[in-house]
Write a new protein. Sequence first.
Length: 284
Amino acid sequence: MTPLTPSNPLTPSLSRRPPCTVLRHEHRVVGSYAHRPQLPGTVAPRPYLHPVRTLGGVTVTGLRPAEDPAHLGVSMAIPEVAGHDFRGGRGSLDRQGSQRHLSWLLRDPDGFVEELSWAAGGRQLLLERRTVAVRSLGTACWALDFTSALTNVTGQELALGGAGHGGGFFWRVPRRPEPAQVFNAEGEGAAAVHGRPADWLALATDEWTLVFAGATGDTRADPWWVGTGEHPGIGSALASDRPLPIAPADTVTRRIVTAITDGRLTPETAARRAAQLSDRGAAV
């Protein structure tokens, strides 16, 4: 295993950046993971991926936009865990939780496994094992494989709540003059796909296409949160209709695999790409 090198603290232009891990696809930098971000408590501080780029170098994540500074690239964001906010931007500061990097279990140029503490009010609520991997999908495309396993460490049942958002995996995309096209196998447009479970869905622009796939049965059962206007992004909602209880020492696991391609894919091509991402299709 070859460890990655954080940003060089002696480089003036990088000295103010938080510690980060660089992700590579065949020696090409495709992402950066801020594992100890320097963020205000109002945004529920948490590690995030940004920037994430296509193989052609186009950035496909957004970070702390003015209209919603709690949107942090690609991250896990849950509006309520045992009464505390791990999404940010809502309620009083004393309700805000934070996710803190504890340790690396593996760190290679094409991915990592880490443990994180979800804590609020001086108490740890969840222990997360997060796995992020870069997968090759040929010369024109790559995939970001993101798995989150959340274990209840409180000794009593707790609940994950959505507050209308659902919470969980969330990918903020850059805001554009023309909203991205959103579609899946069932239809096109936010009204057709928002709030519904689906094996996959895609966001497409002239510059890039993202194909999101639930890679496990539990993940596919969660509805998608879709935004294409002022708050563009895609989320996989853990608890959109009702709180999701977790018994003491139990673990909830979700896995999203996202294909990242330069240019606009047709629905037919996106569907073929999605088949490569699921555990029911070809291995990524």
